[in-house]
Design a protein around this ligand. Sequence first.
Ligand code: PLP
Length: 368
Amino acid sequence: RFFMNVHYFSPGPASLPEAVRKQIKEELLDTFGIGVSVMEISHRSKQYEQLNEETHALARKVFQVPNTHSVLFSCCGAQQHFSIIPQHLSKPGEEIAYTDTGIWAHLACEEVFAMPRKINLVYDGRNCDYVSLGNPSKWDIPKNSKYVHLTVNNTVYGTEYAKIPTFGDIPIVLDMTSSLAGRTDIPWESTALVYASAQKNFGIAGVSVVIIRNDLLEKSREITKANYLGKALSYHAIFDTKSALNTPPVFPIFAMNRMLKWIDHSGGTPTMEKWSLEKAKLIYSEIDAGLYIGRTDKDCRSRHNFVFKLPKEEQDNHFIAEAAKHNLLEIKGYRSVGGIRASMYNGVSVESASVFAEFMRDYRKKFG
Ligand code: PLP
């Protein structure tokens, strides 16, 4: 990206590292050395089967998945999983627990509220306009709940659990669309299922990853029947066919492969986490130094999406316009939230974060 000096802070689809963009371009037309591109090759060919197998192995390694859990790739986005997950982990009439911590968490809640389940909303962030994630140790989770659904990083409002909470025997289900491959502390022993679409931290849009506890995957064969869920939406059927039940999204899986390789070669998720914390420190130091107003409580600040505003709305627009002059792009806040949001996933370098932090400092001196 340095050839144009562009720093792109999109919330997703998000920046890919320059090395990955270059590699994909170079390999695009003759991906396997047989004069055929990855977009054309049969998903039953040995070349694709090898790519698929390798990508599953890389996903296990990069996401640090223990043997207790299975990994599969889905052609759905994260949103489809909002309604598919409850149909794997609960039957009609059973209890499940949900948390409303932002736009995406709220949409996940809406999907289950339309289902014949007993839903316990154990945290409602609307009461504080989503600036806080509350105190999970105080949440009252009914004992019979099959699982508790958590959105680990709230992409729109810029909140993220400093520590992923657990609730004894009741397992958690984690939407990690904007945090998988960005943090190393997934409490696997307490985790029923993790899901994430690829376009933020580890690939491009068109594929998502589901990681499910082995025994729950087995149990889901019965449960999905009770829910009349179609085969092509059932995780066990996708798993049984090595994520190739449908013709798979071959190009997004290829891009994910190259991105996962890059993460692995860079030191894996521990390095991504370290870099995320460095980027967060750079930006929050500037937010705390004056002029800027951070949107969230400090104890639940996102490591991936930095949301703030200036004292007046017209200053937000001025800040965005000035940033664009320095090739600092795509930082307008979410349409219903306003202000500024700079998103820095794995593809955004610490150098880009420091260029943005320096801009914030200069802007404060000049216009503050
Ligand atoms: N969950 C979270 C936390 C997100 O940030 C997003 C998108 O930004 C989604 C879910 C929806 O993802 P998708 O567009 O892949 O359906």
